[in-house]
Write a protein that binds this ligand. Structure first.
Ligand code: 13P
Length: 341
């Protein structure tokens, strides 16, 4: 890798990884945002998507808690209500724009129950266009369901290989890759089963990253937390989630990785915040930053307050600001549930 690409990657890491700040994931694909809008009784149109993301990004003061935002590729071309391109709105606040570059998942052949994400073909060319549009980092998600048989060894290996190939192309093009292996919360599995799967998954991901010569110093990991399945009768406390999550990360993630930004994965907003806070309290001297890259846990309350109506914009921004602030505090272990009020 040449010197100027390394400098570019380091500058992006420096701007993204800031104490007590995290990443806003606002990269819902067209079908996913339609699902989120349907839940608040709104019909998804391109204009409504633009208006909603404009509302989020122009919320005054969020830059105190948010250092990066992941956009869906269409959003890179959209403008705020005042005509400013949306990536530029972020840049002016010191928030680094990034882009989701995967093309969604399909079943993985010969690994029943496992899936694999598509989108490698033409990735370098697409990244060059996204760069002109203002993006400096990228995101790719692989998904692992837990069942008695899944994920299979084949699934774990194939998905790791995909993440590594994506990350290598990103770095070559001067993009910091966010590597997202998501172990799903769906099911009735125990926390111990989630631990076992997450350890195998992240271990394979870092082996593959190493094999593809991905530079750890310019890579961000976006994992799921170690949790019992949504249908499991016993809930885990933030302290239990934190202890299990940290144990897996200590076993699998090189110290050279600058930041680990968790996804929320269907946890309630308050749970995602409390768990992140417990992680930081339990492990204050971790070699990596431990922060958030939430979509649902950051947006859900604001989405509800907005309900697709322009007249609710101000109220929605206040709710969004509050959630961003609470997560900012959690990312340095300074949150407590009293602050929810
Ligand atoms: P959630 O925080 O809603 O899990 O979304 C994170 C994300 O980026 C999914 O790819």
């Amino acid at each position: 890798m040449n010197r100027s690409t390394e400098d570019e990657l380091q500058a992006t890491i420096t701007d993204m990884v800031v104490p007590c700040k995290g990443i806003l994931a606002a990269d819902e694909s067209t079908p996913t945002i339609a699902k989120r809008f349907a839940a608040i009784g709104a019909t998804s149109t391109v204009e409504l998507q633009r208006a909603y993301r404009s509302l989020l990004f122009t919320t005054p003061g969020i830059e105190k808690f948010i250092s990066g935002a992941i956009l869906f590729e269409d959003t890179l071309e959209q403008i705020a209500d005042d005509g400013t391109p949306l990536p530029e709105v972020l840049v002016r606040k010191g928030i680094v724009p990034g882009v989701k570059v995967d093309k969604g998942k399909i079943p993985l052949a010969n690994a029943f129950g496992d899936e694999i994400t598509q989108g490698l073909d033409g990735l370098a060319e697409r990244l060059r266009i996204y760069k002109v549009q203002g993006a400096r980092f990228a995101k790719w998600r692989e998904v692992y369901s837990i069942s008695e048989q899944n994920p299979t060894i084949l699934g774990i290996e194939a998905n790791a290989e995909m993440l590594a190939r994506y990350a290598a192309v990103c770095q070559e093009e001067g993009f910091v890759p966010i590597v997202e292996p998501e172990v799903l919360i769906d099911g009735n599995h125990t926390l111990e089963r989630c631990f076992e799967v997450t350890e195998a998954v992240i271990h394979a991901v870092f082996q593959a990253l190493h094999r593809h010569r991905v530079i750890m110093e310019y890579t961000v990991l976006k994992p799921s937390m170690v949790l019992p399945g949504k249908e499991h009768p016993v809930k885990a406390s933030p302290e239990q989630v934190a202890a299990a999550t940290i144990k897996v990360l200590r076993r699998t993630v090189p110290a050279a990785v600058p930041s680990i930004n968790f996804l929320s994965g269907g946890q309630l907003p308050e749970e995602a915040t409390a768990n992140l806070n417990a992680i930081n309290i339990l492990f204050p001297n971790a070699p990596w930053a431990l922060s958030f890259s939430y979509a649902r846990a950051l947006q859900q309350p604001a989405l509800k307050a907005w309900a697709g109506k322009a007249e609710n914009g101000f109220a929605a921004q206040q709710v969004f600001y509050h959630r961003a602030q609470l997560n900012g505090w959690a990312s340095c272990g300074k949150y407590n549930s009293e602050l929810e009020k």
